[in-house]
Design a protein around this ligand. Sequence first.
Ligand SMILES: [Zn+2]
Length: 328
Amino acid sequence: MDGVPPTPLRCFNEFHSAEMFVDDGVETVTSVEQKKVEQSIEEVVSVYKQIHSLPQVCQFLARCQSPTGGFAGGPGQHAHLAPTYAAVNALCIIGTEEAYNVIDREKLLDFLWSVKQPDGSFVMHVGGEVDVSCQNWEGGLSGVPGLEAHGGYTFCGTAALVILGKEHMLDLKALLRWVISRQMRFEGGFQGRCNKLVDGCYSFWQAGLLPLLHRALFKEGTVPLVRAKPARSRDFYHTCYCLSGLSIAQHFGNTDLHHEIILGSEENRLAPTHPVYNICPEKVARALQFFLRLPVPGGNKQPEAEDRQSDPAADNDDASAAGSADQS
Ligand SMILES: [Zn+2]
């Protein structure tokens, strides 16, 4: 994070190898297994050391960019909306001109048009499943009409409408009722759909809706109340979204209460995350400053985009998000 020198990872410590298991020459089934595990950790650490330079991350992501304009999970694979979202966010987090310039905006726009369906929905990749979104009778949004509401679709659909300035098209009160009903009473965490188990990533997908709804309802003259809690995680995806949800909960107050709520000691404080883009707000501001200076690619195809371009002040605290929650 900017300004704060990051604590070096344990695995970069020069004494790290001294932590390896020593069997004093007595080999056992357990010691053999332990050494295998440590060897695999060493491989991971050495790869991490090799790629953990930001220019190399930019070059790698450039290689993940498909000739069709979207980003793929790896070089040579097909472009897909989820890695496209992740790659664009990662490049904005890096925040250098080199990183921004990796994004071929002209071709990226072509890719987005190629996955857009005539009914306004998007498929994740050419020939793939439809993603987002229709508000249904439950109040949340589903992937296609008639399916149950889901936290991931609901966040992405709502955030997209916020970016477009069309959130009033939703039944905001029904949406608020749906999302607060997804917070489980006993566990405190959020479920993704009705009658499902809590899952940490919905700390962001569901709780992240609350600041967006708060703002939309405030515009309408209604002030909602908000409560959110994080849950646990054990992989990078859930670590990211649990922390994002916790950050939203810490840094979002209602109108009478614009102060942070940090449970426990000060060291529990997280950096704020932007409730639409889910990267640090200053990274959003910096990326917007950079991209708003550039012409909108294919502006003649989409006149509304040019209107927005001509008024960069209109939505400086707005942002974009896409992405895809898991199906839990
Ligand atoms: Zn999950």
